[in-house]
Design a protein. Sequence first.
Length: 702
Amino acid sequence: MALIKQIRQRTGLAIGVIAGGLILFLLGGDLLSPNSSLLNSSQNIVGEIAGEEITLEEYSLKVEEFKAMFQQRSGRPATEPEMVSVREQAWQAMIVERVFDEEYQKLGLTVSSAELVDMVQGKNIVPELRAQLVNPETGQFDKNQLISFLQTLETADPAQQAGWAQQEQLFAQSRLRIKYDNLLATSEYFTTAEAKLEHKAANTIADASILYIPYYVIADGDVKIEDKDLTAYLNKHQEKFKIGNTANLEYVSFSILPSGEDSARVISSINELTEELRNSTEDSVFVSRNSELQNPFITFRPGDELPTSLTSNVSDLQVGQTYGPYVTPNSSYVTYKVSEQYEGTARMRASHILFSTDGMDDAGKAAVKSQAEEVLADIKANGNFAAAASQYGQDGTAQNGGDLGWFAKEDFVEPFAAATYAAKSTGLLPNLVETEYGYHIIEVTALPSSTYTKLAILELELAASDATRNEAFRNADSFAAESGNRNEFTENATEKGYRILQANNVDATSRNLNNLQNAREVIIWAFGEGSQGEVSEVFELDNSYVVATIVSKKEEGKAKLEDVREQVEQLVRNEKKAALIAEKLAGKTTLEEMKAVFADASINEIPDLRLSASVIPGVGFAPKAVGAIFGLQASGQLTKPVQEDIGVLVGRLNNLTPSSEIGDYTSYQAQLSQSGSQRMTYQIMMALQDLAEVKDYRYKFY
């Protein structure tokens, strides 16, 4: 797929900026440092795809690929929360490679070199490139940026060339997936008979009365449940109770949040430093040395938002004044000094609606101008600028109500800048403005301002001191060392007054334990080397040390009765209650007689129940009852008692209005086809994964 030599008409497009969108379409790093013993063991299998075992090494390489693409795209390394998504993308890519590539080969689907050239420099440039190479003034694709980059590619460094080659491969994979999905989606066909059924379901209407009897009309004590009943129900409905890898854990948390002494120390320091900053003549140097903020000396331009902890406390800033210290939402203390205010390049804010005339002749431009004038007149009359921008705007600002943000005069082409900067007040400009890009309707949202403010920001984080952390660790380590098993864990915690917290049904892929964030290491231990009754070592989380013990573990597969007893008991109880309710209703011939048996029963009148409905207004989800009502043959007939999840229902058909015949059912065929096509991509992915019997063991490592 390397097309470097083929592309002759080709600035610094960052390789990888468009990889993210392609990856997400195709799928529909830093690897938490797995240790060498795992890498070298026979148990380094992270999953299976189509019968092929996937090793940790192989998966790690794929994650590194996606990690590198993330960094190229964003210009920074992925954070740990972002790495969760990166790892998942890498895993899904491996599924795609093994499952879809085989399908492409069977069907003979390919992407030719000529097709790929067209995708990157021809008439059909891929959306991922078009979305990234946008002229900031017009919000439209700028092909000149692409050409400039491609022209320099042959002399680029090897890493950049390799990145582009990888980009080409993603383009090709994306196009193959589009072809494959479209091939199957367009094969969706619904017959006239199916369209007639759809029409009938949507337009057949029943006037019905429905008796609703909730299960609580029968006391739980009136129902006898034995283990044999539960076992029989579970055996009959195993598909309802498949379980994943879960565990029940108990843990003790040792806080490493700042102590009172830590808070007093920081307050004392910030107060002393605030006085020094107040008297400082070198503000930028002072905060650079003493502030814990990465960029402590900042110039705020017109339109830039000043820190909320400053603006919420001070309404009128004065040059040379020091304000604070204040407490921030991030648990730090901050002081501000207004070092300087000066007049600089003016900036203003406006919104616009672009009616593009790119490539049009005079007649085309005249038609566009006429449309723009009509829209302008409507806005003048109704004041719906943002809605009009969303409807008519032809650049990237349309989705934001046409907002261009704050800009300097030189940022825009002369006719646009002249018109906006000539405005004497905010609001809609009375006339269209024509530029080389088309006709603009403009609304000025903030007049020009030229005041710049320099702030020196002194910030100290309120964090636990080493003494606080060491004390917490000593307590946690001592507790873990003295607790050889779960019984000792419980005894020691009770004796020392430590609170034992429970985390039940923890999924193997979870990242949190209750409200403890980033607890993945604890969960990996529980589903990896940890065994039932074992006590862990000390784990360091964001704001605490944790010692855990495993109460129980459940492996993926069919559920055992002890795993789902509570759920099964409820369902069996409802079945038995439904049978008792039906018994008590036997012999009653009207809904009113039936209602008299149960004080908590209710009769609901539904004059417009449709055959396509699955929810009964005022009652709830009851598809079986709806089907039973439409199965009645004549007005006045009653259904048998119908057991639903919400209770027992009996329906009476008062009147039935059949759907009328229509001459053309193609609209219903089109609706069914569109709905089927929209589901197709997801269904294809799920079906192929099922056929490939994908097994995911990554929870043991990450």
